[in-house]
Design a protein around this ligand. Structure first.
Ligand code: G3P
Ligand code: MG
Length: 226
């Protein structure tokens, strides 16, 4: 079962910052997840569409200038990073799940990842995911896709297959053994978010889940050692 550091290792460092990604690397985490928006031609890494919760700024990400976003404190004096900066810091030591949060992110993410794959990265080191399936469908099919689901629905497997997804990425609230079996029969990996309690991690492992997103990815790695 893969340990996927949620927004880096955001139980320990401010989410979606270079400090959080560095901490995940220090923990030995094999995968990290991050969220992206495309602002004034630059891909930036932040979760909310509003700046208030995670920065000292105000207003909407998509209404802000890139310079304003970069002037903000995203926690512990960290800047909101660009995706390019994260790629540089990670330097192929961890695999990356890029979650498309903002509009118009599929094409620039695909272009950037294609470029880095012509150098030191390999396409298998990335997973592109989104709750916005129209956006996800525009991601370059050279990269694995993760179809994200946060609400109950009867057609999750069918929609994942239609998207050409590699994985079905689902909320902890919605997962059960039947769905896991059906996903596996359909040739899909199943990744579950956001799983922080050791007993939940253990249960998902016993059910045969393929990966879990955790704010404390070391807890997932500790579970594997048992
Ligand atoms: O990709 C897993 C998880 O990050 C999805 O939810 O809201 O944390 O981006 P959210
Ligand atoms: Mg996310």
């Amino acid at each position: 079962m893969l340990a996927i550091g949620h927004r880096g290792a955001c139980g320990y460092q401010p989410e979606n910052t270079l400090a959080s990604f560095r901490h995940a690397a220090k923990l030995g985490c094999p995968w990290i997840e991050l969220d992206v928006y495309f602002v004034q031609g630059r891909l930036i890494v932040i979760h909310d569409d509003d700046l208030t919760r995670t920065t000292n700024g105000t207003g909407l990400v998509m209404d802000s200038s890139f310079d304003y976003l970069r002037s903000l404190d995203a926690g512990h004096g960290e800047q909101i990073p660009t995706l390019q900066e994260v790629l540089d810091v990670v330097d192929t030591c961890m695999n990356i799940n890029v979650e498309l949060k903002g509009p118009g992110t599929a094409e620039p993410v695909s272009e950037l990842l294609t470029t880095v794959c012509q150098h030191n990265w390999h396409s298998d080191q990335f997973l592109i995911s989104s709750f916005k399936h129209d956006e996800l469908a525009r991601a370059d099919s050279a990269f694995r896709r993760g179809a994200l689901f946060g609400r109950p629905s009867d057609d999750m497997i069918m929609r994942s297959k239609q998207l050409g997804a590699y994985s079905l990425n689902i909320s902890l609230r919605l997962v059960d053994p039947d769905l896991i079996n059906l996903a596996h029969q359909a040739g899909l990996q199943i990744y579950v978010y956001t799983v922080n309690e050791p007993q939940d991690i253990e249960q998902l492992r016993s059910w045969g889940v393929d990966g879990v997103f955790s704010d404390f990815p070391d807890r997932v790695m500790d579970n594997q050692k048992k």
